[in-house]
Design a protein around this ligand. Sequence first.
Ligand SMILES: [Zn+2]
Length: 109
Amino acid sequence: MKCVEAKRMINRFVEKKLSWQELEQFLQHVEHCDDCMDELDIYYTMNKAFDLLDTGSHQNYNFKKMLDEELHAARRAVIMHRTSLLLRDIFFAGLAILALLGLYFLFIH
Ligand SMILES: [Zn+2]
């Protein structure tokens, strides 16, 4: 993914509107690109600060830590999603093998 594509996804990442595939590619890019990570940091901080102003909250927030936690959670979600797809594939492969074995014993034996 190029920087221009990653930067175009920043707002949708913050709003949690990326598809699984986009999210995975976006995370891979920002983890290795300081420039895009900086831009994500700025956008995220501004976005959260405005949200908190709206709620009238005056606590101190560590936006860098909040972003790190969200990136971590997103990374975990991508891994869980991939694992569930893999398990689904293994499950259906198992079913297919059982079906073939069933046919084998029904018709050949
Ligand atoms: Zn970049």
